[in-house]
Write a protein that binds this ligand. Structure first.
Ligand SMILES: [Zn+2]
Ligand SMILES: [Zn+2]
Length: 187
């Protein structure tokens, strides 16, 4: 079944990635997605694509497939997620924070995507835990090589930026958080 291949995230066919790209161009306005880089996959994030109306460019057969998936209640099932899978999920519009208010259009979120290349939980984890040189100081104008490299990339305040990233990770509910130990399943 096509939808099964689309949702196989360990071995994604090329057309599935193409479809993700198309869907990210057809996001429902109510999700206020301003930065296309933040929209990675509708099944792994909280935003939904437009299915009808003027300007929708998703091919009809693809819309049919998505609708079929919805009809059969296909959703990403986080029950058996190991820590590595949690790391692979998009950090933006994260499924585990669906109820909370999130602003992915804030300046620091844009900085993390554009200047630090962060898309997934694991990438955010690596960013906030990156080893810092001994010369590093917790100051906005710290002159260490890492802070300097971040500023050269366009990050205005590496200390504050990283602190926001750490908070975002800490706010992930335990079952979605890569730092939470995965309990063995009970039978
Ligand atoms: Zn520094
Ligand atoms: Zn930054």
């Amino acid at each position: 079944m096509r939808i099964r291949r689309y949702l196989d995230f360990t071995n994604r066919p090329r057309w599935a990635k193409v479809l993700d790209g198309i869907l990210s161009q057809n996001i429902q306005e109510k999700y206020h997605v301003r930065d296309k880089k933040s929209a990675i996959n509708t099944f792994l994030q909280t935003w939904k694509p437009s299915m009808k109306g003027e300007g929708v460019t998703t091919p009809p057969r693809m819309i049919k497939m998505i609708k079929t998936a919805k009809k059969y209640g296909v959703t990403f099932d986080p029950t058996y997620m190991d820590q590595e899978t949690r790391r692979q999920l998009p950090i933006w519009y994260h499924l585990g924070t669906a109820g909370g208010r999130r602003n992915e259009n804030e300046q620091w979120a844009i900085c993390q995507r554009q200047n630090h290349g962060i898309g997934s939980v694991g990438e955010m984890e690596r960013y906030v835990n990156e080893p810092m040189p001994t010369s590093h100081k917790r100051r906005r104008n710290c002159a260490c090589v890492r802070c300097k490299a971040h500023r050269d990339n366009g990050c205005e305040n590496p200390i504050a930026c990283k602190a926001r990233g750490k908070k975002r990770l800490d706010d992930l509910p335990p079952r979605w958080n890569p730092s939470t130990k995965v309990e063995p399943l009970h039978h």
